[in-house]
Ligand binder design. Structure first.
Ligand SMILES: [Fe+2]
Length: 268
């Protein structure tokens, strides 16, 4: 079995200090084989926020896969946003991330859907670079067919019906369709601060979208939380672990049989 922790939207600077003080002990008890951090690691992309994030990530044991969010660009530095949007992220956080993770059950690959500036009014929105995605899929396809293949990103490729944000990720639906054709099994994200587990089934394609909540105080009527995902030869199980009344508790898990996930896709 592979034990995976999925964090998103910790937003150092406005992190939930009580939950964060308790989270490492809870995570250690779950014995993660890999820890995922799906962006918005900081609140305003400030140096001191990145240093706090770096120091905390260093306390986590085991390999990490990390991808930046829209808040990990300098919120108040337009020059940096244009010319070096991920400079601080690259300096403080990127060295802590493995390029990808592969073990007996799973292959996990990060892709950056965040941008410093965009040719649209809302710079917080996500964008999928299809060429980057296709190149990374080639690496993933070198693993065995039964290996569960997952991307992590900050922005959901499609937003779930439960999303408090009614937005779109540029090329997200197109990317999800392509991932299904390429036998990729899921996309793990953050951004909306609400956990979800979504099966996409139009046209007999199916790719899981799994979202983690937030461990910040920027909450949308939900407790602070992160996800525990475990994968064995049979199934993917996702459990939201939420902070309530001074302790972490487990929600009812979502379970998806791997054979069902893979068999519904059209043959390549
Ligand atoms: Fe966020």
């Amino acid at each position: 079995m592979t034990s995976i922790i999925q964090f998103a939207d910790i937003h150092f600077g406005v992190e939930d200090r009580d939950a964060m003080a308790a989270v490492k002990a809870t995570v250690d008890g779950l014995k993660p084989d890999v820890t995922l951090i799906c962006g918005d690691i900081t609140q305003n992309g400030k140096k001191h926020e990145f240093i706090a994030a770096r120091d905390w990530i260093r306390t986590l044991s085991g390999p990490k896969i990390i991808t930046p969010g829209n808040h990990d660009t300098p919120m108040f530095g337009i020059f940096q946003r244009i010319f070096d949007p991920f400079g601080r992220y690259k300096r403080y956080i990127a060295p802590l991330s493995e390029p990808h993770h592969t073990d007996q059950h799973v292959c996990i690959m990060p892709i950056n859907t965040s941008r410093g500036v965009q040719a649209k009014t809302d710079w917080s929105l996500g964008v999928v670079d299809m060429d980057e995605m296709e190149n990374k899929v080639k690496v993933m396809q070198a693993t065995a067919p039964q290996t569960v293949k997952l991307f992590i990103a900050h922005h959901p490729f499609i937003y779930p019906p439960s999303s408090p944000l009614d937005k779109e990720t540029q090329r997200g639906p197109e990317a999800l369709k392509r991932l299904s054709e390429l036998n990729i099994d899921g996309v793990l994200t953050g951004h909306i601060h609400v956990p979800f587990f979504l099966e996409r089934q139009p046209d007999a394609t199916e790719v899981l979208s799994i979202g983690a909540g937030t461990l910040s105080v920027r909450r949308r009527d939900r407790a602070a939380s992160f996800n525990h995902i475990h994968i064995d030869g049979e199934a993917i199980t996702m459990t939201e672990i939420f902070w309530k009344d001074g302790k972490f508790d487990r929600a009812e898990p979502f379970i998806k049989k791997i054979a069902e996930l893979k068999s519904r896709r059209p043959a390549i």
